[in-house]
Design a binder for this molecule. Structure first.
Ligand SMILES: [Zn+2]
Length: 455
């Protein structure tokens, strides 16, 4: 064996138990009591929890957007991921007009490969659904990228698709075992409001929220669910942030439809009040962070299982770029950071008793692997799975600050947030990549993870 993690308490999505884990060639080879092997490196995890690495289902690394490129490269973003206990990221490929799906994925893969510090998989955001692209769905599923995102917004940016295109994609996805994901907000309501606010000089970040408040997101979520139901296709709603939309998800799930919702840590910790701050633009993302009522609904959605995934939508910009929108909220590049905060924040909330630790593993790791098709290779502590393992110290006190984060961004919206407990080690396929505050992995170490389609 290469590695033995001894005396820890293993936490999976379903179980909590004390055992040792033996690792060989990057895989979990054995789980049991008192594993011995003199040739193996031994890590003592007494008084620690041992968890599967988190899988961030939603990142935008090095993504051209809003007149610039998101501030974390594949290297710095996956470095920060490793230091926050994330061992696989699902990054978004944007298919440009006229581009083929495989062509788009291979372009990003080439960029990511030499930089990746953790494993990676892709979703493709489709912006130009020609018959040729539709024909390529099957090929993409076979290639290992069986999930496609459609934007119901960003009309001017050229990313939006209309409802007809959405329906066509849903139908086809069902046929080939792909999964359609949507960014749900109503673009016309947003554009009309923006125009109205700007015309009367209402330009602060608060109006970003008001131009996209709760029901604007809810309307699009309901519409997407209606379309998905009409062809009985599975649907994944990315970064869901409002109560009314979640209620529709709950209803559809109760009726037996495969509707999955994802929310993000920024919606669980902050409320819309942040947009009233002088530096409110730093929290500008779409959909915006909502009010307390929505926040509470999201937490109960996690508890009862109607929110399947918590992922980050990590898409940070430097403060000088956020400043472009100081006097006009429409010029703020949309996106927040979170890749290094996802697992620590949720585990800290579990540590304080808000939800169970098993639930955190479920929504940050196991469910992601199951929904997007890389289970049980990922998202599990089980014999034969990749040895993607986080050792977590429930007694460590940690205060988030820009200087103890590992991304390339010059601030963090999580500044000053106190956590109870923190990851102390991250292993990627048995290799130590994070050790007590330090990144100890290598760029290029991450591998492409081929996902299978819906079964
Ligand atoms: Zn996103």
């Amino acid at each position: 064996m290469d590695l033995i993690i001894k005396n820890g308490t293993i936490i999976t999505a379903t179980d909590t138990y004390k055992a040792d884990i033996g690792v060989k060639d990057g895989k979990i080879m054995t789980i049991g009591m008192d594993i011995q092997d003199d040739s193996a490196k031994v890590v003592d995890a007494s008084d620690k929890y041992v968890l599967p690495g988190a899988i961030d289902a939603h990142t935008h690394l090095e993504m051209p957007f809003g007149g610039t490129t998101s501030a974390d490269s594949y290297e710095s973003g996956t470095r920060a991921a490793a230091c926050g206990g994330v061992t696989t990221v699902f990054d978004f490929v944007i298919q440009r007009k006229g581009q083929g799906l495989i062509e788009a994925v291979e372009g990003r893969k080439e960029l990511c490969e030499p930089q990746a510090c953790v494993d990676y998989a892709f979703h493709t955001a489709i912006t130009d659904l020609t018959p040729k692209v539709l024909d390529e769905f099957q090929k993409s599923v076979d290639y290992g990228v069986p999930s496609f995102k459609l934007f119901m917004v960003y009309k001017k940016e050229g990313l939006m698709v209309n409802d007809g295109v959405l329906l066509t994609a849903l139908k086809k996805s069902k046929e080939v075992g792909a999964l359609i994901a949507v960014h749900a907000e109503n673009p016309d309501l947003i554009d009309i409001r923006i125009e109205e606010y700007l015309a009367v000089g209402k330009t602060s970040a608060w109006y970003h929220y008001l131009s996209r408040e709760e029901f604007i997101e809810a309307e699009a979520i309901k519409r997407a669910i209606h379309w998905a139901k009409s062809v009985n296709a599975p649907l994944y709603i990315v970064h869901l942030a409002c109560k009314e939309g979640l209620d529709e998800v709950t209803k559809a799930r109760d009726e037996g439809y495969k509707i999955y919702a994802e929310t993000c840590p920024q919606y669980l910790y902050f409320t819309k009040e942040v947009y009233k701050r002088e530096d409110g633009r730093n929290w500008v993302c779409s959909p915006p962070i909502k009010g307390k009522e929505s926040q509470e609904a999201l937490w109960s959605g996690i508890k009862r299982g109607d929110i399947s995934v918590v992922a980050t939508d990590h898409c940070p910009f430097q403060s000088y770029e956020k400043d472009w929108g100081k006097d006009d909220f429409t010029k703020i590049p949309n996106g927040c950071m979170g890749i290094e905060n996802l697992y620590p924040y949720l585990l800290s909330e579990a540590n304080k008793g808000r939800i169970s630790l098993n639930k955190v593993v479920e929504v940050c790791s196991t469910n992601v692997a199951k929904i997007f098709g890389c289970s049980p290779q990922k998202g599990a502590i089980s014999v034969g799975s990749d040895a993607d393992i986080v050792v977590y110290d429930p007694n460590k006190e940690f205060v988030i600050t820009k200087d103890n984060m590992h991304s390339d961004v010059d601030y963090t919206i999580w500044e000053g947030v106190r956590l109870r407990g923190y990851p102390v080690m991250t292993f990627l396929r048995g290799n130590l990549v994070y050790d007590n505050g330090k990144f100890v992995g290598k760029p290029g170490q991450g591998q492409f993870i081929k996902c299978y389609g819906q079964k």
